[in-house]
Design a protein around this ligand. Structure first.
Ligand code: PXG
Length: 282
């Protein structure tokens, strides 16, 4: 396996980051999770735009241009003979002193990992997946805007631990005001009376590329009305269908939340259409 590290393709063993890099010391940096399908990188421009937006919001100067990164991603896929796979692009703050000051780290680091993707098992796409609602709220926008895809994922990881300990794979997170925000690694949608709803960015969420694809392309193509709306957990419990979106998950139906069955307890008809439309498009 070849890893792209600061401009060079190196072996997995050589792909190391310094213990003085603030990504290691403080989780200081940002990242993207991207997919390639049939030799083409899905929504690469949107991912690079979001990456640069994350970097800008934490005052991290990208060490390469978007065009350079696009070429580097393609070169890494090629070096690993991958036409379908998962791409992890990471900017680290870089090597600095032990203090917090990010401006004492002169150059940001960058690496690209490409690998096979482990999807959720097929049965989950067919039968729907069970989730829990996390007791821990999503970190407020005022503290660390979830729109920044930062290397500091402990808020999500702690909610993920709640999910795993409850025997499921995902957790729905509320914001500190009790509104539904998103899941630990996926955005959330519900369907009621033939309309799709998803929390607005003001709920404190990652602006998911898959979310945007569903809102701007898939739902309109299927002529399903879709809108952003603040929602409470109770709205989800009473929904006809609930589904999640993410680069890794694509579009996956939710059959159960905590002890409550959603809709019929099977993947709903509109969710099934969206999952199918997603796969056709990619
Ligand atoms: N919300 C959060 C918090 C995320 O991390 C999404 C939504 C979906 O966004 P995209 O742009 O992918 O549609 C993400 C993406 C994993 C994993 O292993 C998931 C993500 C990042 C890293 C790992 O499930 N998330």
């Amino acid at each position: 396996m070849k890893i792209w590290l600061d401009g060079k393709l190196v072996s997995r063993e050589e792909a190391k980051v310094s213990v003085f890099d603030h990504a290691v010391l403080y989780g200081d940096g940002c990242f993207e999770g991207i997919r390639a399908y049939n030799g083409r990188v899905f929504k690469l421009r949107s991912h690079l735009d979001r990456m640069f937006d994350s970097a800008d919001r934490i005052r991290l100067k990208p060490p390469y241009s978007k065009d350079e990164l696009a070429s580097a991603i393609r070169a890494t896929l090629e070096a690993n003979n991958l036409t379908d796979g998962y791409i992890r692009l990471v900017f680290t703050r870089g090597v600095g002193t032990l203090g917090l000051n990010p401006f004492k780290c002169p150059t940001a680091g960058c690496f690209i990992i490409t690998d096979f993707i482990q999807l959720y098992p097929d049965e989950l796409y067919r039968d729907g997946m069970a989730v829990i609602t996390a007791k821990r709220p999503r970190i407020p926008m005022k503290c660390l805007d979830p729109a920044i895809k930062s290397l500091n994922y402990l808020n999500n990881i702690l909610a993920k631990i709640e999910a795993i300990e409850a025997g499921v794979l995902e957790a729905i997170m509320l914001n500190t005001d009790g509104w539904v925000s998103e899941c630990t690694g996926d955005n959330i949608f519900m369907i009621k009376d033939g309309r799709i709803y998803t929390p607005p960015t003001a709920a404190g969420i990652l602006h998911g590329i898959t979310r945007q694809f569903v809102m701007r392309e898939l739902a309109p193509a299927l002529k399903i009305p879709i809108e952003e709306k603040m929602m409470k957990l109770d709205d989800l419990f009473k929904a006809d269908e609930v589904f999640l979106t993410g680069t890794a998950a694509e579009v996956i139906g939710v059959s159960k939340m905590d002890d409550t069955t959603i809709g019929s307890g099977m993947v709903g008809p509109l969710t099934a259409k969206l999952t199918e439309a997603f796969r056709e498009r990619v």
